[in-house]
Design a protein around this ligand. Structure first.
Ligand SMILES: Cc1ncc(C[n+]2csc(CCOP(=O)(O)OP(=O)(O)O)c2C)c(N)n1
Length: 325
């Protein structure tokens, strides 16, 4: 329906493949376009159709407060914490096109142009940063994955980084635990996906998430080992909290102890304890070559920093806002 009506779509990474396969116009930088401030008048929608439960972005949530919301959900009890939904349907099909007053091709073109402008601004800004940032890592990983692979994206920043800057691909199976978005069990989930599908599987997780489910690396000798590469973005603590209200300068004194939670854990030694191969990828080249498909279980650690994260995200939103104006 979205494809036929010419509506632009903002899809979370777990929905990319299905949306693209259905011919939907998935925006490459959709979340960023919605997170950069007020939408210019020519892009504002008359209505928003929500399929499923968006969990990742405040920008998306903000959009839902600006126009009537039609929810499509196959459950009798849909999720609508903001109480914004105007109508719930279990399906939206071509017969519903009779509601649509013609196809406004100019509107889709305007969104596409904004998307391209945002893309250019994002590429420029990220290109100016040292490697790695979590954002660059997410984009590089998704770009490098072999066709047909699975990607399990960890909670916290990894799934959001993929959502913000990685290019949507139709040939990957993207998974995430978005029920209550826990950082628990993420490696185990990825191992389960690898074993159940028999396809090369990759996970992108933060260091705290990795430590939380360290036992996910434990495979008893008689058990089948998953073909799983776990990429750990190790910024020594919870990076996401620097991006939230508590990451503001006035809370700095208590921040590290309560939210940053640095641990200084030696991931190589921990992996050795589980007899799991560990690679420390110190630069982009090493990272790319560590991702080449190989059987078995391995961990690729990339060390990053949380210190400039808040500033980088602010500059990213500002750059996209400028590209929109
Ligand atoms: C089981 C569980 N405990 C606590 C949390 C709260 N929480 C959300 S993100 C996060 C920190 C995650 O840090 P890390 O995995 O290093 O990722 P980063 O924030 O650096 O991207 C925590 C503790 C949670 N989501 N789930």
């Amino acid at each position: 329906m979205a494809a036929t009506a010419g509506w632009p779509a903002v899809a979370e990474p777990t929905a990319h493949a299905a949306a693209l396969a259905g011919g939907v116009n998935v925006l490459r930088r959709g979340t960023l376009l919605l997170s950069a401030g007020e939408l210019p008048a020519e892009l504002r929608p008359d209505a928003v159709v929500v399929v499923g439960r968006p969990t990742l972005s405040r920008g998306v949530r903000r959009l839902l407060g600006t126009a009537p919301v039609y929810a499509v959900d196959d459950e009798a009890r849909w999720t609508d914490p903001q109480h914004l939904v105007t109508q719930v349907r279990d399906w939206l099909g071509l017969e519903d096109m009779s509601w649509v007053e013609g196809v406004d091709t100019e509107w889709l073109s305007a969104w596409r142009q904004a998307d391209t402008n945002a893309q250019t601004a994002v590429d420029k800004l990220l290109g100016e940063q040292g490697w790695p940032t979590g954002l660059q890592l997410a984009a590089d990983l998704v770009e490098a994955l072999p066709s047909g692979a699975n990607l399990m994206v960890g909670s916290s920043n990894p799934i959001r980084d993929v959502d913000l800057v990685a290019d949507p691909r139709s040939d990957l199976g993207v998974y995430a635990n978005r029920g209550v978005a826990g950082i628990d069990g993420n490696t185990s989930t990825a191992a389960g996906i690898a074993l159940a599908t028999g396809r090369p599987t990759y996970a992108l997780v933060g260091d705290v998430t990795f430590l939380h489910d360290l036992n996910g690396l434990l495979v008893g000798p008689p058990e089948r080992r998953p073909d799983l590469t776990v990429v750990v973005h190790n910024d020594d603590g919870g990076g996401i909290f620097t991006l939230l209200e508590q990451g503001a300068a006035e809370h700095q004194r208590a921040f590290e102890r309560v939210f940053g939670t640095p641990h200084d854990a030696d991931l190589a030694a921990l992996c050795a304890g589980y007899r799991v191969e560990h690679v420390l990828a110190a630069d982009r080249e090493a990272f790319r070559s560590a991702l080449r498909p190989a059987p078995g279980l391995r961990v690729v650690e990339v060390r990053g920093s949380r210190s400039l994260l808040r500033d980088l995200h602010a500059r990213l939103r500002a750059a996209v806002g400028e590209a929109l104006s």
